[in-house]
Ligand binder design. Structure first.
Ligand code: RTP
Ligand code: MG
Length: 141
């Protein structure tokens, strides 16, 4: 089924100049770009985006990290791209992520309170619709 997913190149990826490399992998996989924006997230946007994690020990450091600089928000489109991008991204912990994945190849353990793991990708059609509404209000999911 053709789907849309919301991808973020996180502040570590932006600072390290990895945005182009992430976009290259998305396009090489055959997904298309439906929307793209560089923006420094507000705490309000992040509270909405990470509502499911509120109250967890890593929540505050996560919001702090995610608001520390620009991110690139991207809506991608393609056959089963939600699951497909999660596979391209690899496991949450960059140290454990398989080589060949974005996090396995490009992420590293920064020894901080939160995983700085280069990218975010929606984890379900419901999350994708909700997240696209947060980062691209007005764009249909
Ligand atoms: P994402 O939402 O960013 O695509 O990553 P994910 O589904 O693989 O991970 P999730 O459980 O949704 O966690 C969201 C982000 O929070 C940070 N995190 N740190 N220190 C920790 O134990 C920890 N756990 C999660 C990571 O940046 C993770 O991507
Ligand atoms: Mg997640």
């Amino acid at each position: 089924m053709t789907e849309r997913s919301l991808i973020l190149v996180k502040p570590d990826g932006y600072r390290r100049g990895l945005t182009g490399e992430v976009l290259r992998r998305i396009e090489a996989k055959g997904y298309t770009l439906a929307a793209l924006a560089v923006t420094t997230p507000t705490r309000e946007q992040l509270a909405a985006h990470y509502a499911e994690h509120e109250g967890k020990p890593f929540y505050e450091p996560l919001v702090e990290f995610m608001s520390s600089g620009p991110v690139t928000a991207v809506v991608i489109e393609g056959e089963e791209c939600i699951k497909g991008f999660r596979s391209l991204a690899g496991a949450t912990d960059p140290t454990a992520a398989a080589p060949g994945s974005i996090r396995g190849d490009l992420g590293r353990d920064w020894g901080e309170a939160v995983q700085q793991n280069v990218v975010h990708g929606s984890d379900s059609p419901e999350s994708a619709a909700r997240e696209i509404g947060i980062w691209f209000p007005g764009l249909s999911s």
